[in-house]
Design a binder for this molecule. Sequence first.
Ligand code: PLP
Length: 285
Amino acid sequence: MSRVAYVNGSYVPHGEAAVHIEDRGYQFADGVYEVCEVRGSRLVDETRHVDRLERSLKELRIAMPMGRGPLGVVLRETVRRNRVRNGLVYLQVTRGVARRDHAFPKPGTPPALVVTAKSIDFAKNDATAAKGVKVISLPDNRWERVDIKSVGLLPNCLAKQAAREAGAYEAWLVDDEGNVTEGSSTNAWIITKDGVLVTRFADNGILKGITRTTLFDLCKRENIRIEERPFTIAEAQNAKEAFLSSATTIVMPIVEIDGRPVGNGMPGQIATELRSKFHEVAEIK
Ligand code: PLP
C-alpha cells in the first residue's frame, strides 16, 4: 500500500513528499511537532495534543498553520488515506520558508505544516509490555525548554541510540542533581512499596506528556495516589515497579534499570493494569 503525506496544502505520495531546502525546520530545527495515537482509525486525546501544539507554537511565536477544526480534518484525512487502523499520526509545524537568517522571517511568512501517518502492530507492543523493557541512564544534556515539543531532538536521538546499542529500550535522563527527568521520548515513573506513583513534576525540565496527563485522570478514577517529585536511579532500582509512558507505548513496564532488576524483575501489576485500562479514560474520537 502506498503511503501519502500532507505537505502544505496537498496530499502527495510519501516517496515524493518534500519541503524547501530553506524551510526553517530543516535549517534551524525551528519548529514543533505532535504525535497522536490512532486506535480503530480514531484519534486518542486529540484535544490535549492540539492544546499542547498551540502552547508549543505560542512559546516560539509561530502561528497555528490553520484552525483546530481544519487541522482535525487533515489529521483524519491523512489517517484515512494511509488506511491506518492502529498506529500514529505525526504532525510538524515550522516557522516556514525564508532566506537563511537566524532572526525570524518577515511577519506574514506562512508556517509550514506536514502530516504523516503510519500503522503500528499493537499486538507486538503488547507482547513487549508483557515481557517488560530495560532502560539505561544517561546525563540529561538538553536545553532548558524541553517543555516545548520542539523538533530539535539531537540529544534525544543520541540517547536513544546509546540505549539501543546497550540492548535497552529507552534511556532515562538524569539531571545535575542526580534526579531522573524523563526518557528520551517518554515520561518516567516509579511505584513505591506503598503503591504510590511517582513522576517528576512538569516544569520546563520535562515534556508534559499527554499520556502522563491522562494517566493522572485514570489514577484519580482508580484511587491511586500520585506524587510529583524527583527520584534517583537508586530509588527507581529499589522501587516496587517502574514504567514509562508515551502516546505510542501507552504504559510500558520496566524490568531492569542499568542492569539491575526492578521489583521481582517482571512487569509490575499496577503498571500492567494501568496499561490495560488507559483507553477507558482517554478521549477517542
Ligand atoms: N517526553 C519526551 C521527551 C517525549 O518526546 C515524549 C513523546 O514524544 C514524551 C515525554 C511523552 O509524551 P506523550 O505522552 O504526549 O506522547
